[in-house]
Design a protein around this ligand. Sequence first.
Ligand code: SDX
Length: 429
Amino acid sequence: MLNEATLILDGQEYRFSIREGTEGERAIDIQDLRARTGYVTLDPGYGNTGSCQSAITFIDGENGILRYRGIPIEQFEQAPNFVEVAWLLIFGHLPSDAEYQSFSADLTACANLDESMKHHFEGFPRSAPPMAILSAMINALSCFHPEFFDLEDQAHFRIAAAGLISKVRTIAAYAYRHSIGQPYIYPDPALRYVPNFLHMLFSQPYAEHFCEPVVRDAINLVLLLHADHEQNCSTSTVRMVGSSQANLFASCAAGVCALWGPLHGGANVAVLEMLDQIYQGQISPEDYVHMAKDKDSKVRLMGFGHRVYKNFDPRARMLANVAERLLSTLGVKDPLLDIARKLEEIALEDPYFVERKLYPNVDFYSGIIMRAVGIPTNMFTVLFSIGRLPGWIAHWWEQAQTRGSKIARPRQLYVGSGVTDHVPRDQRS
Ligand code: SDX
């Protein structure tokens, strides 16, 4: 197999080395393309461009494969444990029992916010989008922990990572409680990650929320299935911001902003709004799929399609099973799940979707699960952020630890006007 690519430009041959990944995927190394040829590449949306080498997650989009540090995602389905997956992604191996217990203890110890952070929540209108609050408060968190700015050694980094992963729940819960005018509920050190989060969301000062094991497992799985996904839009944002040596909190706050978009993490909200629109509007799933195929309708089948998966998103399959299991165990009948199933059935047999290789993605069923647990729609992308945080942290750290890591600074192709002179205002038409 050739280990070089030849480019002929203006009659001259240039050879570039080929890099091969663990799973045989291949890349043309063009790091010195401009220096040698004067040319740059053009790839809007970076669909063909590798921004880095990474050892964290592997996706085979053609075959619907997703692995965290080499472990197939399906193997986390039994006894799902988000905290364990967070450790795996960040530190590169499954934690020993001692590592797991120590990391859990760190998460418990770091769960509280500085009391004066509450003033920030009070400053937001009740109607403030929770993603705006989340991004702002992650940044604000760094003001209370200056020790997290210079994460030179792994011990410092580990405490910062635990602090962020733990406190993001408290921030999310406080944002929700503020939006409904209810008192903040402090984290309970006796509770594990997910039960503690649901406690802060749903308990009352006089009535403790109890987390059913089936709910604990469902939300652990939802979070871990969102934990990382190679160089998606928000993770690339975290790497881009981190490449300037901005601190971990600022980088992850930027990741929240990128994830907010309806084409990315905001899709889980858009899916529920779509299902609800179909249900309330008594639109037939067939008619909605017809609209989604019509470019003029500006309607998309939200939760369908993916830049990388041209086969089933393995996370969608697993979340569909969790939704069925959770709703039947809780005895919840949700007409929106029936509509989702019908949409999937129709689309998977429709040439428009088949030809474009559009399958359900991670967002198609996740909202059904969160809704069944009582999480409001406007908090869905916040949960996606909580889930994705370990992935962002892992990538930020991997980049920070990479020798010779440079600030990200893409090139462009300028297509504006040629050189022109400035015209004083009194001489302009
Ligand atoms: C996430 O990158 C990641 O890994 C993301 C993520 C993660 O874990 O980080 O997996 C999470 O963001 C999942 C995606 C959530 N977004 C949605 O569900 C929104 C709906 N999906 C699309 O908008 C779209 O499929 C994207 C944005 C996900 C992917 O877009 P691409 O790869 O840029 O594809 P495209 O927009 O160029 O579409 C190709 C064709 C077009 O038709 P033609 O011009 O070829 O005729 O497919 C059509 C599109 O119109 N199409 C859809 C569609 N998605 C693509 N048509 C109807 N409904 C859809 N959902």
